[in-house]
Design a binder for this molecule. Structure first.
Ligand code: ADP
Length: 486
C-alpha cells in the first residue's frame, strides 16, 4: 500500500503530474466523445426509423390506392406479410375509411385514437409510446382512406440502449487503461531527464569530464543536454584556467620569496660591514617591491573576475596620463636606445579610476620599449573619434613583433611569448600586464586589439568611451602636448 507520505512525494514528481494530466485529458475526451456519439446515434437511429415509417406509409398508400372489391383480401394479406417481415420493429399499419372507421389493421396493431394528424409524425404519445405517421389518400373512384403506420418507440430505445451499453463498456476500458498508459508515457518522456539528473548529481568540481548522453533526436531534451554539456565545457575550462592561474601565481610568488630568503641568509651567515648589509637590504627591498607589484596585479585581476573593478563612475584625463607617462618613460627609452615620441595628440576624458588608466598606458609603453630593438622607435597617438564617441590610444613600436601563436595568447594570464627574446632579463615581467589591461578595459566597456609583424613591430590600439561633457575640473586639467613630439 502507498503511504500518504509516498503519495505526496509521488505527486511532486513531474512524471506523476504529467500522467495525471494525460489521464484527465483522455477522460475528458472520452466523455465528450461519448456524449457526441450518443447524440448522433440517437438522431441517426430516429431518422432511420422515421424514414422506414415514411417509406412504409408510401408502400401501404400505394397498395390501398390499387384496392378494389376483388383484390381487397389479397392486398390485406400482402400488408400482413409486410408486418411480419418487420416484426422486430413492432411495425404496424392501419387503414381507416372516410369516416375514420378502422377497415383493416395489422395483427399487432395497438388501440389508438382515430387519425387526426394527417401527414405528420406524432408520438410517442400513448402509454405504450407508439410513434406513428398518418396519411389521407383519395382513390380514383373517389373513396377516401386514412392510412396510419407506426412502430413501438421502445424498440428504438432498446437499440439506443445497446449503443449506450457498448459506449459505457469502451469508456470503462479506456478509463482503466488511461492512467496506466499515461504513467508509462510519462515515464518514457521523463527518462532522459532522469539521466540528466543522475549525471549532474555525479559531477564534482574536481572531475567535470562526464557529459550527458545525446540521443540524437534533436528534440528539446537533446537541446537541454547539449546546452548543459556546453556549460560543463565552459565550467571545466574556467576551472582549468583558475587552476593554472593559482599554480602560476604560486610559482611567481615563490621566486622573489626565495630571493629574499637567500639574501637574508647571506646576511646572517657571518657578520658584515655596513655597506654589505646595505647592499643586501637593497636587494631585499627590490624583491619585496617585485612581490608587492605581483600581489597588486593579482588583486586587480581578482577584483575584475568578481566584477568589482570600480571606477566607471569616475573620470580621468587620458591626455594627462599619456603626457605624464611619456615624460616618465623618456629616460628609460633613451637608456635603451629607443626613440619615444608622441604622434597625434588630442584632449580626451574617459571613464575610469586614474590608477587603472595609468596602468594601461604604462603597461603598453613599457612593453613597447622592453620588446623593442636597438635604435627602435615607439610612437604614441591619442585621437578622439567624435562620431563613435571614442578615445583612441595607439602605441606603435618597431620591435621584435609577436608571432601567430603569441598573438592569440598574449592576453592570457602569465603568458609570455618568448622569455628568451626579452632584451632585459632583469625587467622580465610576469606575463600579467596585458591581461590586466584587458580586465580593466572590459570593466570600463573599452577594448584592446593588437596587430604585429615578427621582426617589424607591434601596434596596440585601445578604445575607451569618450566623455563629451567632462566635469569642469578635468576639462581645465587638460594637458599640453608632452615634451617629446614627433
Ligand atoms: P609581461 O609582463 O611579460 O610584459 P604582458 O602581459 O605585458 O606581460 O605581455 C605578455 C607577452 O606579450 C610578453 O611576455 C611579450 O612576449 C608579449 N608582448 C607584449 N607587448 C609586446 C610588444 N610591444 N612587442 C612584442 N611582444 C610583446
Amino acid at each position: 500500500m502507498l503511504s500518504a507520505q509516498r503519495v505526496r512525494e509521488l505527486y511532486h514528481t513531474l512524471r506523476f503530474r504529467l500522467a495525471l494530466w494525460i489521464t484527465f485529458i483522455v477522460f475528458l475526451m472520452v466523455v465528450v466523445t461519448n456524449v457526441t456519439v450518443r447524440a448522433f446515434e440517437h438522431r441517426a437511429l430516429t431518422r432511420s426509423y422515421d424514414q422506414f415509417l415514411i417509406d412504409s406509409l408510401e408502400d401501404v398508400s400505394h397498395a390501398v390506392a390499387r384496392m378494389d372489391q376483388d383484390n381487397r383480401e389479397l392486398l390485406f394479406a400482402e400488408l400482413q406479410a409486410k408486418r411480419q417481415a418487420n416484426e422486430h420493429q413492432s411495425w404496424f399499419a392501419q387503414v381507416f375509411d372516410s369516416s375514420k372507421k378502422l377497415v383493416w389493421a395489422s395483427g399487432n396493431s395497438p388501440r389508438l385514437p382515430a387519425p387526426d394528424l394527417i401527414d405528420e409524425f406524432t408520438g410517442p404519445y400513448d402509454e405504450k409510446k407508439h410513434r406513428v405517421n398518418e396519411k389521407k389518400i383519395v382513390l380514383l373512384s373517389g373513396e377516401t382512406y386514412y392510412i396510419r403506420c407506426g412502430y413501438l418507440h421502445m424498440e428504438l430505445a432498446d437499440d439506443l440502449g445497446l449503443v449506450n451499453r457498448n459506449l459505457l463498456f469502451v469508456t470503462i476500458c479506456i478509463s482503466l487503461a488511461a492512467p496506466l498508459g499515461a504513467y508509462v508515457i510519462a515515464m518514457r518522456a521523463m527518462r532522459p531527464i532522469s539521466q540528466i539528473i543522475e549525471t549532474a548529481a555525479h559531477l564534482q568540481p574536481t572531475n567535470l569530464n562526464e557529459r550527458l548522453p545525446m540521443r540524437g533526436t534533436g528534440d528539446e531534451l537533446d537541446q537541454l543536454s547539449c546546452t548543459i554539456n556546453g556549460m560543463l565545457d565552459r565550467l571545466a575550462s574556467f576551472i582549468d584556467q583558475n587552476r593554472d592561474f593559482v599554480a602560476n601565481a604560486a610559482h611567481e610568488l615563490r621566486s622573489p620569496l626565495a630571493a629574499i630568503r637567500s639574501s637574508v641568509e647571506v646576511g646572517l651567515n657571518r657578520s658584515r660591514s655596513a655597506e654589505e648589509y646595505a647592499t643586501i637590504l637593497t636587494d631585499v627591498i627590490e624583491e619585496i617591491g617585485r612581490l608587492a607589484g605581483l600581489v597588486n596585479r593579482l588583486l586587480i585581476l581578482a577584483e575584475g573576475d568578481a566584477g568589482r573593478l570600480a571606477g566607471k563612475e569616475q573620470y580621468t584625463s587620458l591626455d594627462k596620463i599619456v603626457s605624464e607617462s611619456i615624460d616618465m618613460f623618456s629616460a628609460v627609452a633613451e637608456s635603451r636606445g629607443v626613440r619615444l615620441a608622441i604622434g597625434d595628440f588630442s584632449a580626451a576624458v574617459v571613464p575610469g579610476d586614474e590608477t587603472y588608466i595609468r596602468q594601461i598606458v604604462r603597461n603598453l609603453i613599457d612593453n613597447a620599449i622592453k620588446y623593442n630593438r636597438d635604435d627602435g622607435e615607439v610612437i604614441v597617438h591619442l585621437r578622439t573619434d567624435l562620431a563613435r564617441k571614442q578615445a583612441v590610444l595607439i602605441v606603435q613600436d618597431t620591435g621584435i613583433g609577436i608571432d601567430g601563436e603569441g598573438l592569440s595568447r598574449i592576453f592570457e594570464r602569465f603568458y609570455r611569448a618568448d622569455k628568451a627574446r626579452t632584451r632585459e632579463k632583469e625587467r622580465a615581467g610576469f606575463g600579467l600586464g596585458l591581461s590586466i589591461c584587458r580586465t580593466i578595459l572590459q570593466a570600463l566597456h573599452g577594448e584592446i586589439t593588437v596587430e604585429s609583424t615578427v621582426g617589424r613591430g607591434t601596434t596596440f590600439t585601445v578604445l575607451l568611451p569618450l566623455i563629451l561633457d567632462p566635469p569642469v575640473n578635468l576639462a581645465n586639467q587638460m594637458s599640453a602636448t608632452p615634451r617629446i613630439a614627433v
